[in-house]
Write a protein that binds this ligand. Structure first.
Ligand code: CU
Length: 148
């Protein structure tokens, strides 16, 4: 049943499919789709190659984030509602990605690399971000985006 729902969403819009995945992996924050759990993930190994970094917008404010186990630095970032920003993710050790609640994959960076991904959230509120690599999120690789 869950797959059927997702496939119809995917047909409707690739963008909505991305949102759906983001919500599904967010888990534990009250969304009913969260119960889909890892069924949607398609395996952790495929996640790296399948996800492309979101294109950036020229002139967008850059927000540098360091990803080094077991944390992101900083853990809280603040953006304006509807503001285009560029997440500049630098890995200090192994591959990490930057997943955003309601958005899904934004950017991933291999060991000791810096990569950029575009992010814009239109609705004010607080949103979770995390790394989807196995065990990284429970280890502490998570944070909050304040949209105001
Ligand atoms: Cu990670």
């Amino acid at each position: 049943m869950f797959r059927r729902i997702m496939s119809s969403v995917a047909i409707a819009s690739l963008a909505f499919a991305t949102v759906g995945v983001g919500i599904a992996t967010a888990g534990g924050d009250g969304h009913d789709m969260g119960s889909g759990d890892h069924d949607m993930g398609g395996g952790h190994s495929s996640g790296k190659s399948k996800h492309k970094n979101v294109p950036t917008v020229a002139g967008a404010r850059e927000i540098a984030i360091d990803a080094t186990l077991p944390i992101f630095t900083p853990k809280v970032i603040t953006v304006g509602a509807g503001e285009d920003v560029t997440i500049v993710l630098t890995s200090g050790d192994v591959f990490h990605d930057f997943m955003v609640q309601g958005k899904g994959h934004v950017v991933g960076a291999k060991a000791n690399k810096t990569r950029k991904g575009g992010l814009r959230i239109d609705k004010p509120g607080t949103y979770k971000f995390w790394c989807s690599v196995k065990d990284h999120r429970p280890a502490g690789m998570k944070g909050t985006i304040v949209v105001q």
